[in-house]
Design a protein around this ligand. Structure first.
Ligand SMILES: [Zn+2]
Length: 861
């Protein structure tokens, strides 16, 4: 049975407010943990409801309840394991509860659980009710005090939110540590950690001269891998002061790395808990993209201190208020650190490949969902990444200065409050002096709108007319779309039209440009200024012209992708007809120009040389035949690699310096990316000669970026001995590194030549695999679903079986797995039928509400 659906329109204020929360945890090794909670409760003056005090619970034992120190008998309240109700509650009272929880057997990884010998917690979104009974809603904000008692030898580190206010030794080798957080916060930001951890320490002086103690905690074996995260934290703190005027507000800031974690990281006030894969790193163990990811996640969680913690969400429908804005903030941070213009290309790539796919799937929902059964299912690309795009549009519309004014006003007005998406818009409207009510549709209308573009040039009047038509879902109203653009003359220069942006807000809208001596080439939606699909029948010549000349670095990439996409479409058709694949001349020309144009910014060069992602193509070329698409991509790549071999070699030579000392700078990262992209083509064209250099890079690399790239190429070798030897070598070298071994799992399961459904199932018995660690499950599933062997009856069944298994262990992960088959309708029927069969099979065997919600929406769509 699916859970009851919850609607945004039904929101009511909480009946009771909780001023203070006092918690006492006593951790013991082989017993359940007792949690004492004491609340100062007050009727909410804004609530018109009856005096019923309602608390939530999940998988806990309720041992005792008191009101104003009097123990209640179970006749005085009702409790069904999920909901606790106290009717006719006083206007103001002290509430106490003692609950027993079982962290050792908590494999959901929500609430308090054990991971690798330590106790840790995850409360967002509804994990606090797995610790104690509580309203567990984000608009109940309280001041928290947390006391932790545990054996001092086994758990020397006892951490919680805020500032440490007491520390003492107790009898029997126990100790007690007390924390107090002066900032009111919702319970989803509560955190607790107890363990035998090591840490590195540093300090940061804020803009007003306060010193903050910074600590990064890890298990003892990994302490040498904490430095990069610490440095990222300091960079984040500085950046947020400069870019957004935000200063840190506690004496301590702590990060703790945890192996078993459902998410990337969690922004608990003053005590961020991180998936170890988002903290632990050195250049020898993490690739450039992983280091950039870690820097971004450290930034993201830190930035939440203001966008999420100081100003929090009224209810979970406002999730994008904190996430969309914070993703935007971390994206600007990454751009300023190492990524530069490449950041835009990378962000849009993810959006088009994965968020657009979500928009066209049965789980499609607006940035602000209007209803849900299980909020856990809405921590999605739409809420995060599309939410970020919407915030970016605010900035595009308002301009840098007014956007900053708007964000300052937002923080100032809603500090210490639980806010809404409308509150954010209000601040932006105030700052920009504009009415953005139509713009709000980006939050409440689902799906990716298409913008149909037409142009007409009148030679006599020398006038260009651009017409835009919004193609939107039935029942939707037109979006407010900022369209950045350029008119490019035949020399590749932008014509001055007095503006660089058009606002399209009607279903049909036209714009005219006068005094143009010849027809310019339209470069439309520059910088990807709105999350829309463009339908524009531009000529092949014009697209190629933009691919070679557009001044907007993002749109030049976009034009290159359009040229390549047409090519892949044709190659699929060739293969379907049984013909040999032929590569168009314009594709060769674009590659040749890209490989030889020395004026191209190094930051974007590697992106310009890569063929489109499968996932992006799957959104464009439908119905999808995944095997033909895979073959088409391979064949086109082979031909390009072979024909342009010498140019790839030349560019490789220019940038390839494997023995150089590793540096984490934008320039060096870009150079490595270009070199490794070229090496991939060179290896593709001529394995025989290139194997030696790849082998040498694999054995002698001084950083993981090189080692991992070489490893992946060796897994593509036609020589089985080379493949297996490399796989074994990498595995044996890294068997003790829990994070690097995840890359081994991903690389092997993604490899067509190394892994099929049978191997995939066997890998789950591997000594290094642990089904209770989400990272391991993500690693094999992330790899295998890229592998063409996934698209077989056995492949789909393997994912279905794993989903059913995960449903018992960790419903959050199971729900993510069930989505792997959810978009079956876009596939050719011979794949779609098999996927559907497996979805029904999963549906027969799962119980958790999250998975049921996904399946229900999929099977009823
Ligand atoms: Zn976040």
């Amino acid at each position: 049975m699916a859970k009851q659906e919850i609607f945004l329109k039904d929101y009511t204020v909480p009946e009771y407010l909780i001023e203070t929360v006092d918690l006492t945890f006593e951790f013991k090794d082989n017993e359940k943990t007792s949690v004492k909670a004491e609340y100062k409760v007050k009727k909410n003056p804004e609530s018109k409801a009856e005096n019923t005090f309602i608390l939530k619970a999940d998988e806990l034992e309720l041992a005792e309840v008191r009101v104003n120190d009097n123990i209640l008998t179970n006749k005085e309240y009702s409790f069904d394991g999920k909901v606790f109700k106290l009717e006719n509650a006083p206007e103001e009272f002290t509430f106490q509860a003692i609950t027993l929880i079982d962290p050792a057997n908590n494999s959901h990884l929500m609430g308090v659980y054990r991971s690798n010998g330590m106790f840790c917690s995850q409360c967002e979104s509804e994990g606090f009710r797995r610790i104690t009974i509580h309203p567990d809603r984000p608009d109940v904000l309280s001041e928290f005090t947390t006391t932790i008692i545990a054996d001092k030898k086994a758990y020397p580190m006892l951490l919680s939110n805020g500032n440490k206010v007491e520390e003492k030794d107790l009898e029997d080798g126990k100790h007690l540590v007390k924390w107090h957080d002066p900032h009111k916060k919702p319970c989803y930001l509560f955190a607790i950690v107890a363990g035998d951890l090591d840490y590195i320490a540093d300090t940061f002086t804020t803009m007003s001269g306060k010193q903050v103690n910074l600590k990064v905690f890890t298990d003892k074996a990994n302490i040498h891998k904490a430095g990069f995260a610490m440095n990222s934290l300091k960079l984040s703190m500085k950046w947020d002061e400069e870019a957004f005027g935000r200063e840190y507000d506690l004496e301590d800031f702590m990060i703790v790395a945890v192996d078993a974690f459902n998410f990337g990281a969690m922004e608990n006030k003053g005590l961020n808990i991180f998936n170890s894969s988002a903290v632990l790193s050195t250049p020898e163990t993490s690739r450039d993209d992983q280091l950039e990811y870690i820097q971004a996640v450290v930034g993201h969680e830190y930035f939440h201190n203001w966008s999420g913690n100081r100003v929090t969400c009224r209810d979970w429908f406002q999730l994008s208020l904190k996430e969309g804005f914070t993703v935007f903030r971390d994206s600007e941070f990454s751009k300023d650190m190492t990524q530069g213009v490449r950041k835009r290309i990378d962000d849009v790539k993810v959006l088009k490949a994965f968020q657009f796919a979500e928009d066209s799937s049965p789980m499609s929902h607006p940035v602000q969902p209007q209803s849900y059964q299980e909020i856990d299912n809405f921590y999605t690309l739409t809420v995060y990444e599309k939410g970020c795009e919407v915030v970016r549009m605010y900035k595009t519309l308002l301009g840098e200065e007014n956007f900053r004014k708007g964000s300052d006003l937002y923080f100032k007005t809603f500090d210490g409050k639980a806010a809404t998406i409308q509150d954010f818009r209000w601040a932006m409207e105030q700052a920009g002096g504009v009415d953005l009510s139509q713009f709000h549709r980006w939050y409440i209308q689902e799906g990716t709108p298409t913008l149909k573009v037409d142009e007409h040039y009148n030679e006599e009047t020398k006038t260009l007319t651009l017409s835009f038509k919004q193609v939107i879902k039935e029942g939707q109203e037109p979006f407010f779309i900022p369209v950045k653009y350029g008119l490019v003359d035949k020399n590749g220069n932008d014509i001055n039209t007095g503006s660089d942006m058009l606002i399209v807000k009607d279903l049909d809208q036209s714009f005219e440009f006068y005094d143009l001596d010849e027809k310019p080439v339209l470069s439309v939606l520059r910088e990807f200024s709105a999350p829309v699909k463009i339908d524009f029948n531009q000529t092949d010549e014009e697209i190629q012209f933009l691919a070679e000349n557009d001044n907007d670095l993002y749109n030049r990439y976009e034009a290159i992708q359009r040229v390549f996409t047409k090519q892949i479409e044709q190659a699929i058709e060739d293969l379907r007809q049984g013909y040999e694949v032929a590569v168009f001349k314009d594709v060769m020309d674009v590659f040749t120009k890209t490989l030889t144009d020395e004026s191209i910014d190094l930051a974007v060069l590697a992106s310009y040389l890569r063929l489109p992602l499968k996932q992006t193509l799957e959104e464009i070329i439908q119905p999808v035949d995944p095997i033909l698409m895979h073959k088409a991509l391979e064949e086109v790549k082979n031909i390009i690699a072979y024909e342009l071999h010498d140019l790839f070699v030349a560019l490789l030579r220019k940038h390839y310096e494997p023995s150089k000392t590793y540096e984490f700078t934008g320039e060096e990262i870009n150079r490595r990316a270009v070199a490794l992209t070229c090496l991939d083509y060179v290896f593709t064209a001529n394995q025989e000669n290139a194997t030696e250099i790849v082998q040498e890079l694999f054995e002698r690399a001084n950083n993981m970026t090189h080692e991992s790239a070489a490893f992946k190429l060796l897994l593509k070798s036609d020589n089985q001995v080379v493949r297996e030897r490399s796989s074994k070598a990498f595995f044996n070298k890294w068997i003790d590194d829990n994070i690097v071994i995840d890359s081994w799992f991903t690389s092997v399961t993604a490899s067509e030549k190394m892994c099929n459904a049978e191997t995939f199932n066997q890998l789950q018995e591997n000594e290094a695999f642990n089904i209770k660690q989400p990272n391991k499950v993500r690693a094999i599933v992330g790899g295998f679903t890229q592998n063409p062997n996934f698209h077989t009856a056995e492949g789909y069944k393997a994912i279905a079986d794993l989903t059913i298994k995960m449903d018992e262990i960790n419903p959050h992960m199971a729900s993510a797995l069930a989505r792997k088959l959810m978009s079956y309708k876009k596939y050719d029927s011979k794949y779609a039928d098999l996927m559907l069969e497996n979805l029904k099979y999963i549906n027969k065997h799962v119980k958790s509400a999250g998975v049921k919600e996904v399946l229900e929406k999929t099977l009823n769509s």
